[in-house]
Design a protein around this ligand. Structure first.
Ligand code: SF4
Ligand code: SF4
Length: 101
């Protein structure tokens, strides 16, 4: 599993060189036009880091020592939903931006 994750990480790093939305290129609030956002159910999260590996903008950090271990930088998150799709526990919900959690 670890080798597979490392392989994915290497592949993603290569892709980020080419992707126009792949990294934090500017200091501007590039998440400001987001219509939906990911919300994590921390009770179901197993801290595997898969969401962070797949996030195309690299805005997820995993802190395995914290209960709320998945930290999403909403300043840059685009609300694409890839993290929710890839989460093996399906514990990330995509909710409308202006709704209550
Ligand atoms: S929705 Fe998830 S995968 Fe997409 S940019 Fe935001 S944190 Fe990353
Ligand atoms: S992919 Fe899902 S289970 Fe894994 S760390 Fe992210 S939110 Fe938690």
């Amino acid at each position: 599993m670890q080798k597979q994750q490392e392989k994915h990480t290497k592949q993603l790093k290569k892709c980020r060189v080419l992707g126009p939305v792949a990294t934090k290129f500017t200091g501007g609030n590039t998440g400001s036009w987001r219509l939906e956002r990911p919300v994590v159910n921390f009770d179901a999260c197993i801290k595997c880091g898969t969401c962070a590996m797949y996030c195309p903008t690299d805005v997820i950090e995993i802190d395995k020592n914290a209960k709320e271990c998945v930290k999403i930088d909403y300043y840059y998150c685009k609300g694409c939903g890839i993290c929710a799709k890839e989460c093996p526990k399906k514990c990330i919900s995509i909710v409308p931006e202006r709704s209550e959690e």
